[in-house]
Design a binder for this molecule. Structure first.
Ligand code: PMP
Length: 367
């Protein structure tokens, strides 16, 4: 071992040494359906306007640390209820980290359900916070990924979590947990419940209108799935009493001047982004139908911009798709309930057609 490696392994926290970094595969040259991005680029009519704004941006100066105008715009465009504050993050990943740092009193627990977004567990590990989880349910041996409400309520009583994350809809399963079950969790929890609405643009419900009812509820959203993954912009919204405290942990210039400017331009054309989301929802329905007609494929219902599906030999199917130029996400091996599972982002109609053809071809060849 080199002297730097031995020094690092003696100085670093055990849980960091044991951690695997979040893996992002090289997607160069592939039809990229692995990361729940919006497949549509910036509308041509907007490009000139964005280029002009970027060209005259004061990038020699620090950005507005309060991002006042962008926050006002978010409040207006998304119709946030009166009195609800906004805290911006460099992606919602950063906000998960900020919440864990803020609530990690000695012995405090972060509770999640599993399988869900892996960063909840990873960030609990980074921040040295205790992590507990409740499995989603299985139905006749095969996972259907619904919320196990009795087990979740029992875990809340047992673990007394300071912080609970619920992805609504859930990633990587795509389903939207029943609102009344989420309400029961919020009502039973002594700690803070964060409803993570990363996929809100593709879903039929939101907890934002319910914010005022629950003092222990915050809603988190991201613009990553709405065409701005490259900007890194997410936000938390909820009562000012929470957000004023959390604001103290936000690094002063966490959202750069270019993301602030470009997101402002895009949000001024929010209707265009919503039209793209509507297109993706229509294409999701078509893709769901097509996948459900392929023998050997079990596809799960989704209110997000991706579909989870199960096949007999997921790693081989994943490799076969890659060889045919299509990159999706292999979830096999990540969690026992996800064995045999693959996740595909809803791309453009052309990308979806190429994916389906490659999948049919791969499955036929493997049979
Ligand atoms: N929450 C959920 C449920 C997600 O799936 C993701 C991204 N995959 C995020 C949060 C993080 O999004 P970002 O950091 O891009 O805002």
């Amino acid at each position: 071992m080199s002297s730097a490696a031995s020094l690092a392994s003696s100085l670093l926290r055990r849980e960091i040494l044991d951690l695997h970094a979040y893996h992002v595969p090289d997607s160069t040259g592939y039809i990229k359906l692995d990361a729940m991005e919006n497949p549509y680029s910036v509308p041509p009519a907007l490009r000139g306007e964005i280029a002009e704004a970027v060209a005259s941006a004061a990038i020699n100066r620090y950005p507005d640390p309060a991002a006042t105008s962008l926050k006002e715009q978010i409040r207006g465009v998304l119709g946030l209820p009166e009195g609800m504050e906004v805290l911006l993050g460099n992606g919602s990943d950063e906000l998960i980290q900020l919440l864990a740092m803020a609530l990690n009193k000695p012995g405090a627990t972060l509770l999640g359900v599993e399988p869900s977004f892996v960063m909840y567990r990873m960030i609990a590990t980074f921040t040295g916070m205790r992590y507990a989880s409740v499995p989603l349910t299985t139905n006749s041996g095969a996972a259907d990924f619904s919320l196990d409400l009795p087990a979740t309520l029992a875990a809340i009583r047992r673990e007394q979590p300071a912080l609970i994350f619920l992805a609504y809809p859930n990633n990587p399963t795509g389903n939207l947990f029943p609102a009344d079950a989420v309400v029961q969790i919020i009502e039973a929890a002594q700690g803070l419940v964060v409803v993570d609405e990363a996929y809100y643009a593709f879903a039929s419900d939101s907890f934002i209108p319910r914010l005022a009812r629950y003092p222990n509820l915050l809603v988190m959203r991201t613009f990553s799935k709405l065409g701005m993954a490259g900007l890194r912009l997410g936000f938390l919204t909820g009562d000012a009493a929470w957000l004023a405290q959390l604001e103290k942990l936000r690094l002063p210039y966490n959202v750069g001047i270019l993301p602030q400017l470009v997101a402002g331009k895009l949000l001024a054309h929010h209707a265009v982004l919503l039209q793209q989301a509507e297109q993706i929802k229509r294409d999701r329905a078509g893709l769901y139908r097509q996948l459900s007609e392929i023998a050997g494929v079990r596809v799960y219902p989704s209110e997000a911009n991706f579909l989870l599906f199960r096949v007999a030999n997921a790693p081989e199917v994943f490799d076969g798709l890659k060889r045919r130029g299509v990159l999706i996400k292999n979830l096999h091996g990540g969690h026992p309930m996800l064995n045999g599972c693959l996740r595909v982002t809803v791309g453009t109609p052309d990308e979806c057609a190429k994916f389906v053809a490659a999948l049919q071809d791969t499955i036929t060849q493997l049979a």
